[in-house]
Ligand binder design. Structure first.
Ligand SMILES: N[C@@H](CCC(=O)N[C@@H](CS)C(=O)NCC(=O)O)C(=O)O
Length: 98
């Protein structure tokens, strides 16, 4: 989903493909971004934490919310924020297990 969204919104990225069959997602590099070893995961070097390190996110919903709020230009007003959360949480919490 984040990949799809980034393509739709022309958000630049560098994709790192990991081969689940050969357990590349269990490698220390990914575990540093998602300690649960799940994909997708995002490192956003343009957004720094207070300690100076790049923002690292996992969970497709949280990645989508970050991308939408930071790069799409579509999420500005309180109602846009609320409705974006509404549909992302619906997709992740309800639709994905239906
Ligand atoms: N709720 C998570 C699901 C993450 C997830 O289960 N990802 C799968 C790939 S689609 C994965 O990493 N599987 C490898 C594994 O569980 O070892 C999300 O939306 O990001």
């Amino acid at each position: 989903m984040p990949r799809w969204f980034m393509e739709e919104k022309a958000i630049n990225d560098e994709l790192v493909d990991l081969d689940l069959q050969s357990n590349q997602h269990r490698h220390a590099d990914l575990l540093g971004t998602n300690l649960f070893g799940k994909l997708p995961a995002l490192i956003d070097s343009d957004v720094l934490l207070e300690v100076g390190s790049p923002l690292k996110l996992f969970e497709s919903g949280s990645i989508l919310l970050h991308l939408a709020e930071t790069y799409s230009g579509d999420v500005i007003t309180p109602s846009q924020c609320a409705l974006t959360s509404h549909w992302v949480l619906f997709a992740n919490a309800t639709l994905s297990i239906a």
